[in-house]
Ligand binder design. Sequence first.
Ligand code: DX5
Ligand code: ZN
Length: 286
Amino acid sequence: MNFSCLTIRVLTFQDLCSPRLDCLRFKTSKFRAPAPLSLTLADTTASPSCPKARPNCCACNKTNKMPIQAKIGPSILNADLANLAAESQKLLDNGADYLHLDVMDGAFVPNLTFGHPMVKCLRNHIKEAFFETHMMVQNPEQWIAPMADAGVNLYTFHVEPVKDVCNVTRKIQEAGMKVGLAIKPGTEVKEIEKYIDVADLVLVMTVEPGFGGQSFMADMMPKVEWLRNNYPNLDIEVDGGVGPKTIDCCAKAGANWIVSGTAVVGSADQRQVISELRNVVKSYLK
Ligand code: DX5
Ligand code: ZN
């Protein structure tokens, strides 16, 4: 085949946009392109999306997320731990949205509860329910893999003993769990502001962590208000001394995930208390 008569011409960008492309198509009817080329340039002027936002990112104001909901999670700390599976199932049957599992290592707090072996056994009995572990431990990084293996859904850890919060957060996400950041009463909410966009939830303690049955600290509510005002789509949890007498204060400040131990586990009518707590929160959710 003699190619001497063939002219090869490099098509410039203008060529590609020029109406002349059509003529090319027609000449080479054998190779008719299905549809004219359409080019869209990336809109570089658009504001960059939240770099660390994740699907259902709770913290990103550029919301692509479901509106926040009221969630009631009984703390089983004050339940009969020797009969934990039955006690937990009873709470779920009475309307609990999730189970709040308090893990204490005797170092970060002056108390010792249970670890991943117990959580895994509970998961074997309760296959579907949403498990949050509230990690009151000196080294939260150490327990990420065992808790993921135990079937935990939300790994909420205290930032106070952690040097590299982002590193721990990334490892939790890589282990397939959601991330909760917890602060003690003495920790300012500003301490976690820079990490909020990588968290699914923030837990504001309303008692000094370590024991159930303590009195509610109303002076923690300004932290909840600040979070709600600055992060309207963030899931904000309160934990410690929360029950029918203190729920209005929490919900008004903006909390939507509610941990309640003594007030629910110890009540004669768990279903009534759980729905009362949820209805109060719902009444404040916009
Ligand atoms: C305390 C725990 C709480 C506690 C809540 O350190 O993190 O979850 O069990 O129990 P009440 O509601 O009784 O304060
Ligand atoms: Zn707790």
